[in-house]
Ligand binder design. Structure first.
Ligand code: ZN
Length: 218
């Protein structure tokens, strides 16, 4: 495996599915003058964020060690979980919203380890055995959790999580973004741009309210 993955613009898995933001005008208009645009500015245009002292933003990002969101202290809540999805972290998310946060950024990335869970399983089982677990319990534990955390594809996982969170929290602005590990630049998923241009964007489906509880995986 190369030390640095290909930039997303050279990677055939991603290059036709993501859009660049090369100038501030490329940021979707609905995010202008929001903390979402400020975060994009910090990553893509080297404009440092000036913290106001209040929590302005919730950032949901992967545990990935090759990436850190460029935010100063006194600005954002950050929830970091494998793949960046907030499954099981709805309560801490709710806490940040109750503290006044109205903007959420989800950051997916290329070369995510959660797309490679199946090849990592033997090492994870062996790690538990080395920690004193018996083999059967170790295998059961890994099998039980692997399905919950593993993803097939980083862009698709971001999409399904965006729509799940949007159903749970209808009045906040959620920005699905994708970071290239090689440049730390943020990209827009093309599916989101298509969604912005679609009538579904402004529809509020009441039946989704009932489904919301099913989507909570506590
Ligand atoms: Zn990851």
């Amino acid at each position: 495996m190369p030390e640095h993955p290909l930039g997303v613009t050279q990677n055939p898995r991603f290059n036709l599915r993501l859009s660049k933001m090369e100038t501030p005008a490329d940021i979707p208009e609905r995010w202008h003058n929001t903390p979402i645009a400020a975060l994009i500015g910090a990553h893509n245009f080297d404009i440092p964020i000036q913290p106001a002292g209040n929590p302005e933003l919730l950032i949901a990002a992967c545990i990935e060690f090759r990436f850190s969101p460029r935010v100063p202290s006194m600005y954002a809540y950050v929830i970091r979980r494998a793949s960046g999805r907030l499954l099981g972290s709805e309560f801490p998310m709710l806490y940040t919203l109750s503290r006044g946060v109205k903007h959420v950024v989800m950051i997916a990335h290329d070369d995510c380890g959660m797309t490679k869970v199946s090849e990592q399983k033997p090492a994870m089982i062996q790690t538990l055995i080395d920690q004193g677990w018996n083999k059967d319990r170790a295998e059961d534990f890994v099998a039980m959790h692997a399905g919950k955390y593993a993803i097939e594809d980083e862009v698709d996982a971001l999409k399904s999580e965006f729509f799940r969170l949007r159903t749970l929290f209808k009045k906040i602005e959620i920005a699905p973004l994708f970071v290239s590990l090689s440049s730390h630049k943020l990209y827009l998923p093309n599916w989101y741009l298509e969604f912005l241009a679609s009538p579904a964007m402004e529809s509020s489906d009441e039946s989704a309210q009932v489904a919301a509880e099913d989507l909570l995986m506590m």
